[in-house]
Design a protein around this ligand. Sequence first.
Ligand SMILES: Nc1ncnc2c1ncn2[C@@H]1O[C@H](COP(=O)(O)OP(=O)(O)O)[C@@H](O)[C@H]1O
Ligand code: SF4
Ligand SMILES: [Mg+2]
Length: 439
Amino acid sequence: MPTKHEQETAVSAVPHQSVLDVDDLAVHFQLQGGALSRLLGLRARSVKAVDGVTLTLHRGEVLGLVGESGSGKTTLGRALLGLVPTTGGSITYHGRERGDRLVSEMRGAELRRLRTDLQMVFQDPHAALNPSMTIEEAVGHPLVIHGIATGAELRERVSAALERVGLAPVERFLGKYPSDLSGGQKQRAVIARAIILQPEVLVADEPVSMLDMSVRAKILQLMLDLKNDLGLTYVYITHDLATAKYFCDRIAIMYLGRVVEIGATDEIFANPRHPYTKALLKAIPEPDPEKQVPRDLPRGEIPDAAVPPLGCAFHPRCPEAIAGCGWESRDLRALLEEHWTRKVEAYDDEVALIGDLDSLDTPSTTAKLGSGGSGEVRALLDRIRAEKPDEPLWKGVTDIEPAGNGVEVQFQPADSPALRRAGGAEVACILYPEGAPEP
Ligand SMILES: Nc1ncnc2c1ncn2[C@@H]1O[C@H](COP(=O)(O)OP(=O)(O)O)[C@@H](O)[C@H]1O
Ligand code: SF4
Ligand SMILES: [Mg+2]
């Protein structure tokens, strides 16, 4: 019997039918400061987990959300299902077809309907299953709590779902507990539970990353088969571009809460434009050892999302950064500290000249530096600059002025770049300005 979605959808992606429209979405989490920070009168900090994301989920497609840990993928996925309160912007479900339905404004029955139409599959199948429920109870649970089926019909629907996900013969699995199953079998059960309400959209959050290598491809293939058979639309969240290449029609690359590049999977792989996308692609392990490339991303760790870099958030790690990318006080501190790791012998004298660096930790395009006389501090900065004149930070310095007993370094201010069309993709990087030919 065809499902409700088979009746109303074509199986392949329908580019102009949107299921979800995300517009300038923000999800910020307030971090409760401890008692000490309250005593000191420090402002509560917030993490911009999702910050200005605009994208459309097309009916029938697999849209990948790809990025390193902390880039906001899970938060965006949860927001799509109305599971986290949004701070700004909007998510519209079936906006164009069925009248505006803002996820953030849904309540009661409408929110429950959304929660049956959109289902999430989580990374850890073990944590997702209640250890004291049999597989039959777990997979049938959504039908019970929504009052959809009981008795023989319930068992029939559970059996059909188990069969669909390859947990067959079904009789062998109905009475089992999660602890009796392998990781791959547990994830199959979780997927059976997710499809039993005949949802329209599955948000799969790293669904294979905790599974053995040997079963990953099988689970992904199962998900593709289900998508085709049931007319599903997928949001596939992963930090792993290799599985995204195999699985996704389109990919959105995320960095610190923003989409930095989005386009068709083939386009992203054949012609990556954003420097972060290029770095991620280089980090894919190469099966052929002759072609191994360095796996580490350039220049350091992902910054703290509570105090992201000014300008383009990727600039401290970007190998292509230029003057207008958002250089600031914290970059100057990092540069000085890096200099002292190379010139340990100079540390004591130079620190005496430069003075306390802690003021540089407050993000600013003005950095005050030095306590040993402005001429001397200026001369020291010039010497450090001469050691590595190509260091991109210096390109962003617009002025170094005497100030008190030291200097004031001015950086060129910059906004976070917006997504703009560039060839077959959209890219958020100042190397791809509006309407310009591609570099
Ligand atoms: N409930 C929460 N409270 C506070 N911060 C959170 C919460 N959930 C996520 N974050 C923060 O938001 C950022 C994005 O997290 P997440 O969406 O889990 O990213 P990803 O799935 O890409 O690893 C991280 O800095 C994370 O620490
Ligand atoms: S705007 Fe582009 S070039 Fe500049 S730091 Fe960001 S990614 Fe690199
Ligand atoms: Mg996550």
